[in-house]
Design a protein. Sequence first.
Lengths: 298, 404
Amino acid sequence: MPAVEVNHIVKSYADKAVVNNLSFSVAQGEIFGLIGPNGAGKTTTIRMMMDIIKPDSGDVTILGEKLSEASKNKLGYLPEERGLYRKLTAIDSIIYLASLKGMDRHSAEEKADELLNQTGMLPHKGKRIEELSRGMGQIIQFIVTIIHNPELVILDEPFAGLDPVNTELLKRMVADLSNQGKAIILSTHQMNEVEELCDRILMINHGRSVLYGKLPEIQSKYRSNSVLLEFEGKLGEVPGVTEKRTHKGYVELVLDGKTTPQQILERLVSTGIVINRFEVATPPLNEIFLKVVGRNHE
Amino acid sequence: MNKTLLILRHEFLHTIKRKGFITMTLIVPLVALLAIGVIQLVSGIAEPTVEITTIGYVDESGGFQQYTSQGNITLVRFDTPEDATKAMVNNDIKEYFVIPSNYASTGVINRYTLEKQIAAPPATTTAIKNFISSNLLAGKVPPATIDLIEAPLNLVTTRLTETGAVALEQGGFGNLIIPGAFSILLLLAIIFSSTYLLQGLVEEKENRLIEILLSSVSARQLLTGKVLGIGAAGLVQVGVWVISMPLLLSLASSTFGGFIGTIQLPANFLVLAVVYFILGYSFFAVLSASIGAISSNSREGQQLIAIFTLPLLIPLWFMSLLMLLPNNPIWVVLTILPITAPVEVMLRLGISDIPAWELAASIAVLGLSIIGVLLLTIRVFRTYLLMYGKRPGIGEIFRSLRNG
C-alpha cells in the first residue's frame, strides 16, 4: 500500500489552474523529491496533501484512506516559511503542537526530551523561541514535525538557512526516518540534496508533471552519450568517438551513437594508456532541471 | 482531549498571561478606586468645611433690608456703588449687585465682580433671587409662604404597575448606574477580546505558524477554539470587574452617601447582561477572525477592525439624548442593529423599559448575524488565511464568497 496516492488533482484560482491533473504516488520508506521552479504549484500540491486546502477535483489518499481529521495525525509537515509562538518556550511550543497531533502531554514531553537531546538542543528547551537563533528555531520546528511519529513527513526546504553541521544532522535524521519505513516528501530547490537523498522524483512546472520516476532512470534518459576519462599516456584517435572535450583533469569523449561505452572501454585499454577513471557521463539533476524547465518556458 | 478544547485552553492561558490583559483587568478597578479617592479628596467629604461668602448690594430702589443671610451667603448693604467697589477691591466682599431705582418696572439687577466668569454661580443667583423675593413679600404673606415660594417643589415620583400597585423597579439615576457601568465594561471587554483574537491570528499568519496549525486541525476547529478560548478570558476579565464592584460601591457610598442606596438592578438585567456579552463578543470575535484572515499585518488588521468596533460607541455618544427622549424610534433601530445592540440594550435597561418584542428581535438578529458572519468567515478564513503579503480587495472577497 503506497503511503500517498495523489489522483488527478486540480486546483484553480481565478480560473487559472495552479495544479493541473497531477497524479503520483509515494511508497512507504521512500524519500521522494518534489521539485520545480518557483510558482510551479509545489506548495499548493503540498497543501492539498495536508488537507489545508481542498482540490477542485481529484483526490488524495494517505495510507489507503481518504484525508480526514484523524489522518492528519499521521502527517508531519515542515513548511518553507518557519514560525513558532515567539513568546512561548521551546518545550511548550513542542508540547502544544504535538498535542494537536494527538499526543498526550506526558508522551510529548518524553519524546521532546529525546529529540532535543539528539539535536543538542536540550539546554535550550526552557528558552523562549524569540531568544533562539534562526537555525535553532528551525531545529525546534523539525522536532515539531516528527515528534508524533508520523507515517508521512513533508519537508519543504528543510535545510535552508542551516549551517553545515546542522544540515548533516537533519539529513541523518531524515535518512533514519526513511529507514524506519516513513515516507518522506522533500521539496527543495537544492538539486544536490535531491540527488543525495531521494529515490524518486516528481518535477512539476505550470502545475503539470514534467518528470516523474526513479532518479537514475531519469538521469539515464537525459544522458548525453558520452564517457568521462582520466588517464596517463597519449590518447590518439579512438574509433566510435566523434568529439573529445577537454576539461580540467579529465576528458569527455562523445560517442557516435552506435558504439557503446563498453566497446569504447575495450578500445581504450587496447591503446595502452593507463586509465585512472572511466565513467559513463550522467547529467546532474540541475542540468536536467534547467533543460526541462527551459523547454517548458519556450 | 478534543483538538478544539486544546486550542481553547491554549488561547485562554496565552491570553490571560499577556501583560496587556493583566494590566487592563487590574487597571479598571484601580482607576475606579483612584477616581473615588480623588472625589473624596476634592469634596473633602471627611470634614466638610462650610465657607461663608460675603457679597455686597446697593439698594437704590429701597425696601431691601431683611433676609440678608441666605444659606452660606451673607449680604452686606452699601450706600453707593463706589463704596461697594472699594470694599470689593479691598477683598472685604467677593462681589456686589445693584438694585436700580426702576427695578420694579424692569426687573433688572446689575452684578459686579472682579472674576472672569461664563455666568453667575448658581448659589449666588439663588441667594440674590431669594433675597429679592423674600423682601418683596415681607409683611404681605406669612413667613412660611415665603419659604414655600423660595422652594416650591420637591417632586416625588412613584411608578405604579398596571394593577395600581407600587412597581418594584422605580427608575431614576439609581437604576442607570449598574447598566451604564456594565455597558462600558462590556464595550471594553468586547473590544479587547476581539483585538487579542485579531492580533493572535495575524501573528500566526505573519510567522506562517498557521500552516502547521491547519495541517493538524480544520479551519473550523481553529476558529472555534480561538473564539471560545479568548471569550473565556474575556469573561474572566468581566468577572474580575464585576466582583470588584461591590467593594467599589461600598467605598463609593462613603463618598456619595445615600445615593448608593438608590441603586437598583433592572429586571432581568443579569440574564440579559450575560446573553449580550456572549452574543456581542461572539459577533465581534467572528468578525475579527475574518479581518485577521484577510489582513497582511497587525497594524492593517487593527485599522480594519476599528471600522466595526467604533459603532459600538454610538449608544454612549447619544446617551444624553436617550435620557431626554427615551421613546424615540431611533433607539429601536440601535437595539436591533447587531453592531450597536449589546451596548444600546444595556443602556436602555437602565433608562426605560424595552418591549419584549424588541428584545426578542434584537437577540434573534444578533444570533442570526453571528451564524451568517461565521459561515462567511469560515469561507474567508480558508481562502485568505494562507495568502500572504497582499490584502484582497472588497470585490475579490465578494467574488470568492460567491464562488465558495
